[in-house]
Design a protein around this ligand. Sequence first.
Ligand code: PGA
Length: 218
Amino acid sequence: MTQKYIIANWKCNKTIAESLAWVDQVGPAINSEQYIVIVCPSFVSLSAVKDRIAAQGYKLKVGAQNVSQFESGAYTGEVSAAMLVDTVDYALVGHSERRTHFSETNDDVAKKAELCFKYSISPVVLVRDEKDSLPEQVKIFAWEPVFAIGTGNAVKAEDAEIEIAKLKGSRGIAGLYGGSVSVDNIKSFMDQPSIDGVLIGSASWTAETFVEMIHALH
Ligand code: PGA
């Protein structure tokens, strides 16, 4: 059985206390070996979340929402892959919000992915369309069309299936769907043969809703 991914992207939300409250509500609800559930808090909450997961033995993985394209040095405000390696297994790279608000380019995405590999972090590269390139070694990507992000206008699961199969091509990589995934549509995406999981933004922020989504899969 191939495990499918469920990624919670909290974006710029949640204090440390709120992050831990979410983890304590969601953690006990994750008990299926069918899914790899990855939570992506802000940088400041990462350590606390990771420690709580370890202490309670929750079946959750931790991911960063971003990573610097620089390995180290005079880059005020940046967080490098080397700093993250003890805390995260995964890092989101190239989210459309980062490309739009922080001018991230395909070149930056390639550098970030490369540093992730160097430090044994799995990059999850986010692409909006065919113009956003997928670096060679990347093993997990998510297709997130801009019109579907945060709008409630999710792509139909059958259409996402076709697009993700096309983006994967003959490469043996995992392709996820992201964009207005909800309690009502999560199963339709997870049931598609070429879709290897979902990346959830706003619907992941409330622990109750996230747990409802997990239950909706059974
Ligand atoms: P959304 O966000 O689920 O709120 O559409 C998805 C994302 O931006 O990763």
